[in-house]
Design a protein around this ligand. Structure first.
Ligand code: PRX
Length: 638
């Protein structure tokens, strides 16, 4: 049994223990897993020339820790309860035994298709059980999965496939999402026009949309599994063998492939899941994220299943067929733990409390929040109207790179404070530094959030480019992992995340590099250059504001048409999630004498905060500032 903290003093005791001797602390927790061979050393690390190894030389397979280890206890317990997009379609329950069989069977299929240990497999799928089966089948045979959110465009998909040279793509014919019926396979076909590494595509039949199956390459999932054995001996993996790659946006244009390895990720996701959510046998856990993001990896698939939990997997959107769908599903499946993003809470809040009050919601015990700062108003609404004042909220701060939750209350144990992620989990050593890297000690301080000691599920590298990993995370503040987030530690020592301090914006809980959006806009033939910034958005947390300088050839086109065409370009290059909320056409961007865009000014205009523009006299082209202010519909301060 994975150790579970049950009191505040227990938390404080465990936290101190984890500081005093991190290796003994994590070694003890790791003892509770099934190892083919135990590790020699718990930890070897170096933050200067970045290298971290956990459970060195340990041998295991993560799926044996989900299935074989627990199966005699869990066989008939539901592992996944799948709720379809359309409520008139029946939900599907898959027990641990059934899931095990499906995973083994598909593992055998992958092997038969030539997938070997270490090969990369792209998964571009909607929220259907096969997505989880696909991930676990890869893990079973030691293939490295790279899940790509099915909302990304063909270009984004092909970039990701090419970066890690995936051999196989697992996908579906289509995707039911709310009223939409999305042609998923079509996107894959388009992407694969530029991907020479892909040998096979296996397609789940979900929507029965007509698709083009390329002979010799494309196979139907239901056909390839037919008659295949449902037992499979798991591949023996080294503790540090790659488990998966997950691409995420950073400050530079190109998303990076964050690499997580086997043992550390396993230990940390299971431990954090059980402790933060205080999960008990029989509870029904629902994380509304998509498997395309890290939250889906760690707290739909790996953490909960390692802990023997029953999870809900939901195919659709919060507002279909009506705005009370989430609450209907909670009642229908008697959900005890509900974990979502602030953007969803704010969106549902905008419909008032009537849709919530139509449902009992008495099964709920714990509410969770993830992905972006939760504002106090949303926190209170969630607490009072969804939780009826009886459910603790766990505001969990973490990142794709951290693999698991880093700061969060333990449900019902840590006293909460609206909008605060509260305290670090055992084993997590946060430190706040100023811009010169000097530690800000004590309470009532605000600065850059770093972590000064390794934790088991931390990023190991960025796929194919270790230098990039070192430069991004370990060079800004020497000796520390830099999160890219600003943070405040208040008088009680509680942490409040203030948002990104780099050129990453957080739109509806999705990370977006401003440079990535700029690159997409700049690929439009009528654009000379652009600058993208975030601005506060009532529902999305942050919206995307793009300033665009157009080529003289644009004079022949209506500006509104150009705007539409730019939105289409961004959708095609990245995906609809990256579409700017505002596009302002300008004649120039404010630049310093060294040619750097002064984003501070652009951010202020986008935020409509032009009272405090600061010094603009050092600009190369101060005259554009007035034009930009007026173009934004604001009045130039006198
Ligand atoms: O800025 C922080 C914000 O989301 C970023 C990480 O994004 P991503 O890698 O996509 O992972 C999201 C899901 C774990 C962080 O750098 N963030 C995440 N959780 C919170 C948060 N900001 C404030 N409060 C949170 N609870």
């Amino acid at each position: 049994m994975i150790p579970k903290i049950s009191t505040l003093s227990g938390y404080l005791y465990e936290y101190q223990k984890s500081l005093a001797n991190p290796e003994a602390f994590w070694g003890n927790i790791a003892e509770n897993f099934y190892w083919r061979k135990k590790w020699d050393n718990v930890l070897e690390w170096d933050f200067d020339n970045y290298d971290t190894k956990w459970f060195v030389n340990g041998k295991l397979n993560i799926t044996e820790n989900i299935f074989e280890k627990n199966l005699f206890m869990l066989a008939d317990q539901p592992a996944i309860i799948w709720e379809p997009n359309d409520p008139s379609e029946a939900a599907i329950t898959i027990t641990y035994k059934e899931l095990f069989e499906k995973v083994c069977q598909f593992a055998n299929v992958l092997k038969a298709q030539g997938v070997q240990k270490g090969d990369r497999v792209a998964i571009y799928m909607p929220m259907i059980p096969e997505a989880a089966v696909a991930m676990l089948a890869c893990a079973r045979i030691g293939a490295i999965h790279s899940v790509v959110f099915a909302g990304f465009s063909a270009t984004s998909l092909s970039d990701r496939i090419n970066d890690s040279q995936c051999k196989v793509v697992l996908t579906s014919d289509g995707n039911f999402r709310g009223k939409k019926n999305i042609a998923v396979k079509k996107v894959v076909d388009e992407a694969l026009e530029n991907c020479s590494s892909v040998e096979k595509v296996i397609v789940v039949q979900r929507t029965h949309a007509e698709v083009n199956m390329k002979a010799g390459r494309d196979l139907w999932w239901h056909e390839v599994v037919e008659g295949v054995f449902t037992d499979n001996v798991a591949e023996e993996m080294d503790a540090e063998d790659m488990l998966f790659i997950l691409y995420t946006s950073g400050s530079t244009g190109k998303p990076k492939g964050v690499v997580h390895t086997t043992a550390g990720y396993m230990v940390y996701t299971a431990y954090s899941f059980i402790n933060v959510f205080q999960y008990n046998k029989g509870d029904i856990f629902w994380c509304t994220a998509d498997v395309g993001w890290i939250t889906g990896h760690s707290y739909i698939v790996y953490g909960p299943l390692l802990a023997g939990a029953t999870i809900i997997m939901y195919e659709g959107v919060p507002t279909y067929p009506d705005v009370d769908r989430f609450w209907e599903v909670v009642d229908k499946h008697q959900v005890t733990h509900f974990y979502t993003a602030p953007t969803a809470i704010r969106a549902l809040m905008s419909y008032g409390i009537e849709p919530v009050n139509k449902h009992k919601l008495t099964s709920l015990k714990v509410l969770g929040s993830v992905g972006e700062p939760i504002n106090e108003e949303a926190w209170q609404w969630y607490y009072l109207h969804v939780g009826k004042g009886n459910c603790p909220i766990v505001d969990t701060w973490w990142q794709t790179e951290t693999g698991g939750m880093m700061m969060s209350p333990l449900a019902g144990i840590t006293p909460t404070k609206p909008a605060y992620a509260t305290l670090p989990l055992p084993g997590v050593q946060p430190i706040i530094v100023d811009n010169d890297g000097k530690e800000l000690k004590g309470n009532n301080v605000e600065g850059n959030l770093c972590i000064k000691y390794p934790w088991p599920s931390m990023i190991r590298t960025t796929y194919g480019d270790h230098e990039r990993c070192k430069n991004t995370y370990f060079s800004t503040f020497k000796g520390y992992y830099f999160t890219g987030d600003g943070v405040k530690r208040d008088a009680d020592g509680y942490y409040r995340i203030l948002g990104r301090v780099d050129d990453v914006i957080n739109v509806s809980g999705h990370r977006m590099g401003t440079a990535e959006v700029e690159n997409a806009i700049n690929s439009h033939p009528l654009v000379i250059e652009s600058a993208v910034v975030g601005f506060p958005h009532e529902i999305k947390g942050q919206g995307i504001y793009a300033y665009v300088v157009l080529d003289s050839a644009s004079e022949n086109h209506e500006v509104d048409k150009i705007r539409q065409s730019l939105l289409l370009t961004v959708s095609k290059v990245i995906g609809p999630i990256a579409k700017p909320d505002t596009i302002q056409v300008v004649t120039g961007l404010p630049k310093t004498r060294s040619g750097k865009i002064m984003r501070r000014i652009l951010r202020k205009v986008a935020e409509k905060e032009i009272g405090s523009l600061g010094d603009t006299s050092t600009l190369l082209n101060p005259e554009v500032v007035e034009e930009i202010i007026e173009g934004a519909g604001l009045k130039v301060p006198s």
